[in-house]
Design a protein around this ligand. Structure first.
Ligand code: CP3
Length: 336
């Protein structure tokens, strides 16, 4: 039978919810930290055998229903001419950020060539576990990527990018569109290399006002997600008041952060599949607490078209036992 996660993404009733965690392939796993002692982050994501080994760590620990490829949303910066690094204690840093409104009209390089390492990673994973679990590809959304490209570093308020919108709306539009074109091509490239589902992370997009989201970003989200050859998930934090805007993206699955009541989201979204949404901080509770809260999410979401996940990424200090309790609760659950 077809993969459980893909079936839920298509809106089918499943015997239990499929489960995976955003940021499952990262620092909360001890072996990840060991591998990172030997390779920088960029070396790790650009070396397919190392990235495959990291992607498979959560498989060895938890056997989730989906494996998210070990990579980063920032990979698409390079085809647009931005160089970046991950600085410990700071986060992503762009060496040559957008210098002004005249520096946004960028001719993208060849995605398949410049990000060939992700194609190779997915080929390897497909060969290793392609029949046993869903491979999840992903890309950042235009707003989140442009925020790093303009600010040059993590920005809590995203003010540098929002200033561009206020002062040079056409430059803002051009920059977002350049990212959208590359991201669309990149997601289809991942699908061509075996991704069964893809997630668009425009994590910070709710920083835009609803009117600006509708005018500038929604058409790009729609364009990115239209006609992909695999089901898509859209994830934007803090969209609780604006779920209808996420629905309008056309994504097959609507990602929910933990500030959304998943049962209410169901009522607002009709039969559109949803993903989420346990509060990641609950994984710092003891395993029985994790199991109880997880069951509540599953029951509130119902049997049709639900992919169990956290409401955002797993924190780096999360105990392995809690992730185990989370995954095992989904696997032991039965709607029959
Ligand atoms: O396990 C997975 O989910 C797969 C891989 C993945 C990473 N980043 C690995 C990573 C995914 C899906 C991402 C997405 C991502 N990256 C987003 C969107 C989703 C979200 O969580 O909001 C964003 C905004 C980024 C940009 C980025 N890259 C950040 C904020 C950081 C963390 C910086 C820090 O020091 O905390 C990174 C680096 C990064 N990406 C790490 C990992 C495991 C940590 C690298 C390390 O220190 O080893």
């Amino acid at each position: 039978m077809e993969n459980l996660l893909v079936r839920a993404a298509r809106g089918e009733r499943t015997e239990r919810p499929p489960v995976w965690l955003m940021r499952q392939a990262g620092r909360h796993i001890p072996e990840y930290r060991e591998i990172r002692d030997a390779y920088s982050f960029l070396e790790a994501i650009k070396t397919p055998e190392v990235a495959a080994e990291i992607t498979l760590l959560p498989w060895e620990y938890y056997r989730p229903d989906g494996l998210v490829m070990f990579s980063d949303i920032l990979t698409v910066l390079e085809p647009l001419g931005f160089d970046y690094r991950i600085e410990s204690g700071v986060g992503p840093v762009v060496e040559n950020p957008v210098s002004g409104p005249d520096d946004v009209d960028r001719e993208p390089g060849d995605v398949a060539e410049e990000i060939s390492y992700v194609g190779e990673l997915l080929d390897r994973l497909d060969e290793r576990v392609g029949d046993e679990t869903a491979l999840i590809g992903f890309a950042g959304g235009p707003f989140t990527l442009a925020s790093y490209a303009v600010a040059g570093e993590p920005s809590r308020t995203h003010l540098p990018l929002r200033k561009l919108r206020a002062r040079h709306p056409e430059a803002f539009r051009t920059l977002l569109a350049a990212f959208a074109d590359v991201v669309r091509e990149y997601l289809q490239f991942q699908i061509d290399h075996g991704a069964d589902v893809v997630q668009l992370f425009d994590t910070y997009a709710a920083t835009l006002s609803p009117a600006d989201y509708r005018e500038f970003l929604l058409p790009l989200h729609r364009r990115i997600l239209a006609d992909l050859d695999a089901p898509s998930i859209v994830f934007v934090r803090r969209m609780n008041g604006r779920l209808e805007q996420l629905e309008a993206t056309g994504a097959d699955v609507i990602g929910l952060d933990w500030t959304v009541e998943i049962g209410q989201a169901r009522e607002r979204l009709g039969d559109r599949p949803v993903q989420g949404n346990l509060d990641p901080s609950y994984l710092f509770g003891d395993p029985s607490f994790v199991r109880e809260r997880t069951r509540e999410v599953i029951e509130a979401a119902g049997p049709r078209g639900h992919i169990l996940n956290l409401g955002h990424g797993v924190d780096k200090d999360t105990p392995v036992e809690s992730v185990e309790a989370f995954v095992d609760t989904a696997k032991a659950f039965s709607w029959d």
